[in-house]
Design a protein around this ligand. Structure first.
Ligand SMILES: O=P(O)(O)O[C@H]1O[C@H](CO)[C@@H](O)[C@H]1O
Ligand SMILES: [Mn+2]
Ligand SMILES: [Mn+2]
Length: 392
């Protein structure tokens, strides 16, 4: 659940995020969230969320985790979940990108650049879209995240060309001096005053700085099925199959297809709408409705998972839609760990790294453990019974 944080992290002050709480503030705004599946798994046992009854006997083992890495962006969050600790932050560009880079982009693309500042993606196309339609200039912008985004009208700069431009910009910014996490193609359509972005967005990320649990799984001969943005976030590292999605509901459809097929390993789904359509847009109502729609689809997930499947529901950072600004918030992430075979449930330790999740997965498959994180498995009481079950 991209950006579904559960309260300010211990170090929120360093990120100017004191008081942020994505789940709580959405639930307050909605006068209570209607998420019965998350409720029975134990969401309010982590921390009470308005409208979400605390389960007497939650189905899941639950906790919240503090981020260890020095960033609150998507790549940092996901990489940490898969066992890394990013102690050297990516670069951010609050005053835009250096002239030298902009000139280089103009040279290799033969197009002029406009924008070159931090902006919200919908606002920047309102500002420069009409100009782009007239001139074919590239709209380059960034945010509080380490991203270089290029917005282009699909009728003016064809998708193929936009992707090609982004690949080239990715190449020239691999120089460690830049340390830009992602180059992102942001295509849109429509007329001035009525532009909309399309699902043809494409991210070109740096490769993870070292081996992740996904690489360990792949090396161990397991499948790693990436659904949604996951393949981009890891630049394909450790991914054995990548499935693209159009939106959250399509992501849930694809997840259900994967759950029903025969494979051995991990499937990793990212639901980005929470973040992109509602968190950054500061739309608590849309966010709340999206959480409720997600929860409805959990009916099917809880039904379809097999006896030997382990389901982990979590997030990568916060994005409190009631907080000032339009950026991510440094928050704890919720963790719900469920398997049909588990007869017990309870609280897991509140550790200081998201890497506990990757460590749990590596431990589960008995592949190389990451350098960070501790597996939950020893804390899960009836695990022996479960392991016996799944190895039979
Ligand atoms: O405002 P938009 O274009 O949605 O950009 C958002 O999307 C970027 C990548 O997730 C974030 O860095 C944030 O800036
Ligand atoms: Mn994210
Ligand atoms: Mn985001």
């Amino acid at each position: 659940m991209d950006s579904v944080g559960i309260g300010e992290g211990k170090d929120a002050a360093q990120f100017h995020d004191v008081g942020s709480h994505t789940l709580l503030h959405i639930a307050e705004y909605m006068n209570g969230l209607n998420v019965p599946n998350l409720a029975k798994l134990g969401l309010s046992n982590i921390e009470e969320i308005p409208g979400v009854p605390k389960a007497d006997k939650p189905l899941a083992y639950y906790t919240k985790l503090q981020e260890k890495s020095v960033g609150k962006d998507t790549m940092t969050g996901h990489w940490e979940i898969m066992g890394l600790n990013i102690d050297q932050p990516f670069n951010v560009y609050p005053n835009g990108f250096p002239d030298k880079l902009i000139k280089q982009i103009e040279e290799i693309t033969g197009r002029k650049v406009v924008g070159n500042k931090p902006a919200s993606g919908t606002a920047i196309i309102d500002e420069y879209g009409e100009h782009q339609m007239k001139t074919g200039d590239l709209i380059v912008y960034t945010s509080a995240d380490p991203v270089l985004q290029i917005a282009a009208h699909e009728d003016i700069i064809p998708l193929e060309e936009l992707y090609d431009i982004c690949e080239k910009v990715r190449e020239i910014t691999k120089d460690p001096a830049y340390l830009i996490g992602r180059i992102i193609a942001r295509p849109y359509v429509g007329e001035p005053g009525n532009f909309t972005r399309t699902s043809n967005r494409h991210d070109y990320a740096l490769k993870p700085f070292s081996k992740t649990v996904m690489n360990s799984l792949q090396d161990g001969g397991y499948d790693v099925i990436a659904i949604g943005k996951i393949n981009d976030i890891f630049d394909g590292e450790g991914v054995t199959e990548a499935i693209r999605t159009k939106d959250n509901m399509d992501g849930m459809d694809k997840l259900l297809e994967v759950i029903k097929k025969d494979f051995s390993g991990m499937s990793f789904l990212n639901l980005v709408d929470f973040d992109a359509l509602y968190g950054h847009r500061r739309d608590p109502e849309g966010y709340g409705k999206a959480l409720e729609a997600f929860d409805k689809r959990l009916d099917e997930v809880l039904e379809s998972i097999r006896e030997d499947d382990l389901l982990i529901i979590t997030a990568d950072h916060g994005n409190d839609p009631t907080f000032p600004g339009t950026d991510h918030t440094r928050e704890y992430i919720p963790v719900l760990t469920y398997a049909k075979q588990l007869k017990d449930s309870g609280k897991l330790p509140e550790n200081d790294t998201f890497a506990d999740i990757g460590a749990t997965i590596a431990d589960n498959f008995d592949v190389e453990m990451p350098n960070h994180g501790q597996s939950f498995l020893p804390k899960i009481k009836d695990l022996n019974e479960w392991i016996q079950y799944r190895t039979n």
